[in-house]
Write a protein that binds this ligand. Structure first.
Ligand SMILES: NC(=O)c1ccc[n+]([C@@H]2O[C@H](COP(=O)([O-])OP(=O)(O)OC[C@H]3O[C@@H](n4cnc5c(N)ncnc54)[C@H](O)[C@@H]3O)[C@@H](O)[C@H]2O)c1
Length: 270
């Protein structure tokens, strides 16, 4: 009976599932009955996250290695069955730098992981989904892909991820594959919390004051949006980018008017 139930579970692959938003997504998806493969260049982290969830596994995977990704897709399908959902949460980051100080190597690394890696993962897993006639992909983009920021390579790579998502939704719509992206605002993963503890200017608590809701995003809040888009509950949604940013995008013009108003009832807002 248990064996039969396990086989009914839909399979999801979460690339970058070892930490941060990816790890939160593994947990939320497992909690909603998915059988999740957490895949990460940090294999120990992926295995640790998977080991805490029923029926999940962690594997080593470098999103920039297309050959290894093709092998992994074949192995997962042979051992577990068809992959119903792919989430690409792997990310490379950059310091805030003016363009003349951005090295070609730093630019290329960000593009290789964020754009080329996302493209290859989408192509490899998405083609298999399209051939079977079913599947759902959620790419993790960023609000920095939607406005201007001091992160020229990172923001450009994320704008491209949103464009890639939109293009692939048209390619595979009639083949039963939905492709969407989620754009988080500042999300309090360990990487960001470390910057905050160190007082790094560009990730400081000041971000909170610029969002309509006056706070940053929790990883689980991004994961909930990802799981929704991956699931059949979003069966008519494809080609969109869903910001999950506590209203950071929408509140930006308020800075010109002195910032957002405080809560009407401060006690109630707590
Ligand atoms: N945290 C935020 O504020 C924020 C905001 C907007 C967008 N994002 C995006 O969310 C995604 C997750 O970021 P996070 O904040 O959770 O960061 P994180 O550092 O906590 O997690 C990123 C994960 O990607 C993995 N990874 C890095 N390179 C890889 C590769 N080549 N192959 C496979 N895995 C690789 C890392 O090992 C790590 O586990 C990224 O795409 C990031 O750009 C994050």
């Amino acid at each position: 009976m248990e064996e039969a139930m396990m086989q009914q579970k839909k399979i999801a692959v979460v690339i970058g599932g070892g930490n941060g938003i990816g790890a939160a997504t593994v947990k939320v998806m497992a909690g909603r009955g998915w059988r999740v493969v957490a895949a990460d260049i940090d294999a120990d982290a992926a295995r640790a996250v998977a080991s805490e969830q029923a029926d999940c596994m962690g594997i080593a995977l470098d999103v920039t290695d297309a050959e290894a990704m093709t092998e992994a897709a074949s192995r997962i399908e042979a051992e577990l069955g068809p992959v119903s959902a792919l989430v690409v949460s792997s990310g490379a980051f950059q310091e805030s730098l003016p363009p003349h100080r951005m090295t070609d190597d730093a630019w290329s690394r960000v593009m290789q992981v964020n754009l080329d890696g996302t493209w290859q993962a989408n192509r490899i897993f998405g083609t298999r989904m399209a051939e079977r006639g079913a599947g759902s992909i959620v790419n993790i983009a960023s609000v920095t892909g939607l406005f201007s920021s001091p992160l020229v390579a990172y923001g450009t790579s994320k704008a491209a991820v949103i464009g890639l998502t939109r293009n692939l939704s048209g390619e595979w719509g009639r083949s039963g594959v939905r492709v969407n992206s989620v754009s988080p605002g500042v999300t309090l993963v360990e990487r960001i919390l470390k910057h905050r503890r160190q007082g790094t200017r560009y990730y400081g608590g000041d971000f909170d004051t610029h969002a309509a809701m006056g706070r940053s995003v929790e990883p689980v809040e991004v994961a909930e949006a990802v799981e929704f888009l991956a699931s059949d509950r979003a069966s008519a949604i494809t080609g969109i980018d869903l910001p999950v940013d506590c209203g950071w995008l929408t509140a930006a013009p308020w800075e010109m008017f002195g910032g957002c108003r405080p809560a009407v009832n401060a006690e109630a807002a707590k």
